[in-house]
Design a protein around this ligand. Sequence first.
Ligand code: SAM
Length: 207
Amino acid sequence: MTAPSPSPLNPNAWEQRYQDGTTHWDLGQPAPAFRTLLAAPDAPLAGSAIALGAGRGHDALYFAHQGFEVTAVDFAPSAIQALGDQAEAAHLPLRRLQRDIFDLVPEYAGQFTYVIEHTCLCAIDPSLRPAYVDLVAELLVPSGELLAVFFTHQRSGGPPFGITPAAVRQLFEPQFDLLTFAPVANSVPARRGEEYWGRFRKRSLGG
Ligand SMILES: C[S@@+](CC[C@H](N)C(=O)[O-])C[C@H]1O[C@@H](n2cnc3c(N)ncnc32)[C@H](O)[C@@H]1O
């Protein structure tokens, strides 16, 4: 009997990708949609934010640079090391947590004005998506916001696991008001036509 192959979704598998340099998802810069969001007249005001599955931290550092108080979470040690090195080089304060995002609650429940999502939802097992939505809601203060760039590709397999915009809407609508949910206009060429951005506000209980 052959041993089952290790899951491509466990921390060791992600760490191996960093060590091998097969980090094709890494844009080497913040998602352009976040630059647009923070430059807009109605940009979210700086506040506490947590970046889930932050990788090398390009988005987390961008928000920190714009005055947000950022906590960046990833369970791959090399990702945490790289984002720490980047923060140090840029002299930016940033809290780093090497943790499984699904272990953040109850410790960090209700502590953040914003959750930052960029290619984390597509990196987890699709069966965990409802738990991910609950996690985002639990991390946020009342009326806190999810600031997200969703990878809405439609290919089979993964990671990255594709998702339709309709499925994103269906997942989040029970707990969030979708203030904005629209195709990204300035994706990098490799993701053109396959990204949606969202600004979702956590609905208060009974609201
Ligand atoms: C596709 S990468 C995206 C990284 C980063 N957001 C970016 O855009 O460059 C997904 C990241 O999520 C991390 N990750 C996946 N599942 C995780 C989990 N359950 N807890 C913490 N980190 C996780 C991986 O280690 C990886 O760094």
